[in-house]
Structures are given as structure tokens and as C-alpha cells.
Design a protein around this ligand. Structure first.
Ligand SMILES: C[S@@+](CC[C@H](N)C(=O)[O-])C[C@H]1O[C@@H](n2cnc3c(N)ncnc32)[C@H](O)[C@@H]1O
Length: 546
């Protein structure tokens, strides 16, 4: 899945034209700093336009100012990039915040507005469709995006109704034009007639089961069904609402201090981060949770010794080094971009004096892998830019005399386990994506088995708990390759875990103990609502001796 084409610099022409107009219309806008000052006044007890709506008359949109509030404008730009260019909000938003020079408070407001509006898109569309006199698909996309932003302010943020409506109308006048502002004003006033709970009752009125849960918790029904099935297979069907809720919570920032670097820089920077307010992970060593905002100000982030990485990913990467690493081992990370796990594995490889090959087909992502590994001793790693399915026929990286001893397949997948971090992805993914992805996963598994040494270890990992990408994939693999045996992945995970990590692992393992399927009992499934990590799946296999 490529991310680079979503960058700010490469937006299509339509956006550039509209942005250019937007800039023209923006002349005379209140500056960010003026706006921020107004908002900080309000946070300190005063009433700013963001909350009170006092600057604009209630019923006369035509008489209102055309000025956009910079934080709302940043959120609007991100929603436009997402719906127009298929952009990723988590990549575009920081650039918009920088461009608009938002202060910390405004950045927080823009982030909550953007993530909330995107996450709940399906739910808000169901509400809006009851307030608009035509099908939503007949609205101009920028108008629909503005309505979603207004709906989120009205139904989920503590923004005063007048401010939510009037500021959204001002944004529409500024960015789209005077014409649609009347429609937006009328629709948002209808939205404001009910609370969120009242609207949830209305939209879920004729729905039952997973459809109703999906509307209430802002997930497409097919995703709810898939998550429920995965939970059920793991003896946790009753957890479904807790899981959906945790998908909607703001994600925490997890840090990793790369081990084995010169002067122990990674762990030392992690200690400084803890001194600066980060909380050490209770699950594994070497990880911390940071809730303090801008990680750029932490020591070691710029130099790459301290990084952001989900604790679930770190945990699995550490577990790959169990059982004990032997001298001269060769490791392969077959799907390495953008390099999160490769960096950690490379750092550990350097500590043990073994080597890592990191493979990634997308050239820009392969560059990110190289960058991610830059802090690590270069004699410990190499990067191959190529399709993982062809590695066995690339003599530069593989010969039958020198197979790989440990292989990680962190497979391209639906990402249904990382919905917290990618607010738009649940609405973008389609059940039909599975067909293509599962075939690719199967091919990558076969390619890895071909280059795996006898007694070598193969880790199959996804950031999705979907049964078709996880359990079914491993069952099929074992049928195709009798030379593989399934190991209990809980053991290496427990070996690198702290007591709390071991306890949670044991709880999730024992929930499956009644199941007779070893692929269920021996594989690990992490969950956001239990472990606080992405819902990573981890299967560990070993090739039998020749
Ligand atoms: C889930 S991501 C890997 C994340 C990475 N391990 C990390 O921790 O940063 C899956 C990666 O597989 C790559 N990919 C897609 N098709 C592939 C193929 N045919 N061979 C190898 N990798 C592939 C994608 O480009 C993507 O970078």
C-alpha cells in the first residue's frame, strides 16, 4: 500500500485550483494568532467564537463574515485530502497544523475534529442523510466534508451549538462559496435539534445486531462482523463493544529506545523520555507510553535512537529473537516498509553480530527502511528493493547455501487491527480487498518457506485480526507445507514480557483453551481493549530438519 502519493506536494490539480481560490478568499482572514488568542481567552473562562458563536448572527448567513477559523480550516483541508486524494489523515494533518502555525491548543482542537469526523463518518452520514433533502452522494464532496465537521462539533465535541454552526458556515463561505452556506446552515441546525444519543436511536431504529452496533460505534457492519468472529474464535465474543470503543479512542503514542546502539543511546533516551513524563510499558522492557504531545522535543527522536512504535509491534519483534540467537544467523524481514520492525530487528541483530536483510517492493518505502536503519551499524543490515515473492531467485540476497534462519512476514493486510491510528481506513477498506490481500499473503508465505533454513523460524504477523488473514491463512499454510510445524507463539512472547505482559498473555491464551484447533490456541492475538496495543496477530512456525 503506497503512502507517498498521498503527500501534500502531490495533490491533484482540482485541489490546487480550489486551494488557490481559497487563498484568495482568505485575504483579510483573522490570523491564526488572533484566533488562538481568542480561543485561549475562552479556555480561560471567556467565550471565543469557537465556543460562543457571538460574532455572527443566528439566522442570517449572508451577513456573516467569510473568515475561517484556522483550526477548523486545517481539519477541513485534511478531510478534503482524504476524500479527494485518498490521503492518510495521520500523514496530512501534521503538515496542515504546521502550515497553519497552530499553537498546541488549536492543534489539539484540529486533531480531535479531524480524527473524530473521519472515524465517525458512516454514523454522521446516516444522521446527515436524515437532514438533507437529497441523497448525500448528490452533494458536492467539499460540502459533505464540511457537514461532517459540523456534525462532529455538534454531536461529539463540547462546542457551543452557535459556534459549531456559524463557524462551519463561515468555513463554507470562505472555502466553497456563499451559495452552499445557506444549505449548510439549515442542515446543521436540524442536526443540532437532537443530541448524539437521540440521533443514534433514530439512525439505528430499524437496524439490529452488527448493523446497529456499527451505526452506534461508527464501524461498517462488515468490519463489526469480522471483529466479532475473531473475538468469538478466541473465546471473547462478549468483548465486541469494548473493542469497538477502543477503536474510537485517541491512540496513545508508544516509544521504543533502540537497543545495542553506541553508548546505549536508545535506552538512555527512553529513560530521559520517562523523566520527561512518559510512562514505562508494563508489558515489555524498552518501551514507554507518551501522552505529553510533541515527541519532536524528546531527546533522541531526531537522531533516530528513540522512535514511535506500537508496543505490540515491539513485543513481536523482540519475541523473534527467542529462542537464543546463534552466531552468524541470517534474518529476513520480507515486508519491511516503512521500517519500524526492521529498525528494531536490525538493532538487535547488530547486538548479536548477525545480519538482517530488509525487503520492500515500493521504492519510496524501501528508502524509508534505509532511513529507519540509519542509526544501526551498517554491517548488520542490507535493504533489497523488490517483490518479496521473487527473493529466492535473487542471488544477490539469497543462495540455497545460505538460507535465512529467521524470517518475519509482516504482511500487507486490511489493517483492521490498527483502526485507532488510521481514522479513515475503516470506511475506505472494502470486504473485496480481502480477496487480493489473502492471495498476496499466501504467495509471500510460500516465498518465505522457500528461503527458510531447516530448523529456521518463520513469523507470520498481521495488524489485522480478520480470520481470513490470520487463522485461515496459517491453516492453509500448514496444509501446503507439511515441512512446517506450528510453535506456540505465546512462549517467546512470554519470554520477553514483563509480569503484566505475561499475565495478559495468559488470560488471552486461557480464553481459547477449550478450543481444539491448535492454530487458535498456539497463535497470539493482541487486542487494543486488553493489551492497549494494535490488534496484532502472531504465528510462529519452524521448518523441520532436512
Ligand atoms: C504491514 S506493512 C509492514 C510494516 C513494517 N514491517 C513495519 O514494521 O514498519 C506491509 C508492507 O508490505 C509491503 N508489500 C506489499 N506487497 C509486497 C510484496 N509483494 N512483497 C513484499 N512486501 C510487500 C508493503 O509495501 C508494506 O510496506
Amino acid at each position: 500500500m503506497s503512502e507517498s502519493h498521498h503527500s501534500q506536494n502531490q495533490r491533484p490539480q482540482e485541489g490546487d485550483r480550489r486551494n488557490a481560490k481559497g487563498r484568495q478568499r482568505n485575504r483579510g482572514s483573522r490570523s491564526s494568532s488572533e484566533n488562538s488568542a481568542a480561543d485561549s481567552r475562552s479556555e480561560q473562562g471567556g467565550r471565543s467564537s469557537r465556543q460562543s458563536g457571538r460574532q455572527f448572527s443566528k439566522n442570517a448567513p449572508s451577513a456573516r463574515s467569510r473568515r475561517s477559523d484556522p483550526a477548523r480550516l486545517a481539519a477541513f483541508q485534511v478531510l478534503r485530502a482524504v476524500s479527494r486524494d485518498d490521503a492518510y489523515a495521520n500523514l496530512v494533518l501534521p503538515a496542515e497544523i504546521r502550515r497553519a502555525k497552530l499553537d498546541k491548543r488549536d492543534a489539539g482542537f484540529a486533531t480531535e475534529l479531524t480524527y473524530g469526523a473521519l472515524r465517525s463518518e458512516g454514523t454522521y452520514d446516516a444522521v446527515l442523510s436524515r437532514c438533507v433533502d437529497r441523497e448525500l452522494s448528490k452533494l458536492d464532496p467539499p460540502i459533505l466534508d464540511a457537514l461532517r465537521l459540523g456534525a462532529h462539533q455538534l454531536l461529539a465535541m463540547r462546542v457551543n451549538t452557535h459556534a459549531a454552526v456559524n463557524e462551519t458556515v463561515a468555513l463554507v463561505r470562505d472555502q466553497i462559496g456563499a451559495g452552499p452556506s445557506g444549505l449548510v446552515n439549515a442542515v446543521l441546525r436540524r442536526v443540532a435539534e437532537k443530541t448524539r444519543d437521540q440521533w443514534l436511536d433514530v439512525i439505528a431504529e430499524n437496524s439490529t445486531g452488527d448493523d446497529a452496533l456499527g451505526l452506534r460505534h461508527a464501524h461498517p457492519a462488515w468490519v463489526v462482523r469480522a471483529l466479532r468472529q475473531s473475538l468469538k474464535l478466541r473465546g471473547r465474543a462478549e468483548d465486541i463493544e469494548a473493542l469497538l470503543e477502543s477503536d474510537n479512542a485517541a491512540p496513545e503514542v508508544h516509544l521504543v529506545g533502540l537497543p545495542g546502539l553506541h553508548e546505549d543511546a536508545g535506552p538512555q533516551h527512553l529513560n530521559s523520555a520517562v523523566a520527561a513524563g512518559a510512562t514505562p510499558s508494563e508489558l515489555i522492557e524498552g518501551a514507554a507510553i507518551f501522552r505529553g504531545g510533541d515527541i519532536g522535543r524528546l531527546e533522541g527522536v531526531r537522531e533516530g535512537q528513540l522512535r514511535v512504535q506500537d508496543i505490540g509491534s515491539q513485543w513481536i519483534a523482540q519475541a523473534l529473537t527467542e529462542p537464543a540467537v546463534q552466531p552468524a544467523e541470517r534474518w529476513l524481514d520480507l515486508c519491511a516498509g516503512p521500517g519500524g520492525k526492521a529498525a528494531l530487528l536490525g538493532a538487535i541483530a547488530a547486538e548479536y553480530g548477525v545480519t538482517l536483510t530488509a525487503n520492500e517492493p515500493a521504492p519510496h518505502r524501501a528508502e524509508l527502511v534505509t532511513k529507519a536503519l540509519a542509526a544501526v551499524d551498517p554491517s548488520a543490515w542490507s535493504v533489497r528493493t523488490g517483490d518479496g515473492r521473487t527473493i529466492s531467485s535473487d542471488p544477490e540476497f539469497y543462495t540455497p547455501e545460505q538460507p535465512f534462519d529467521r524470517i518475519l512476514i509482516d504482511a500487507p493486510c486490511t489493517g483492521l487491527g490498527a483502526l485507532r491510528r488510521r481514522p479513515e481506513s475503516r470506511w475506505r477498506r472494502k470486504p473485496s480487498d480481502l480477496a487480493e490481500l489473502t492471495v498476496l499473503q499466501e504467495d509471500l508465505l510460500d516465498a518465505a518457506v522457500a528461503v527458510l533454513a531447516p530448523e529456521g523460524l518463520l513469523a507470520y504477523v498481521t495488524c489485522s485480526p480478520h480470520a481470513a488473514e490470520t487463522i485461515a491463512q496459517v491453516e492453509d499454510l500448514l496444509r501446503r507445507h507439511p515441512e512446517l510445524q506450528l510453535l506456540d507463539a505465546h512462549e517467546p512472547m512470554a519470554a520477553v514480557a514483563l509480569p503484566q505482559g505475561q499475565k495478559l498473555l495468559e488470560e488471552t491464551r486461557s480464553a481459547t483453551s477449550a478450543n481444539s484447533n491448535p492454530v487458535i490456541t498456539k497463535t497470539v492475538q493482541l487486542w487494543p481493549h486488553i493489551h492497549g496495543t494494535d490488534a496484532m496477530f502472531f504465528a510462529l512456525l519452524q521448518k523441520k530438519p532436512d
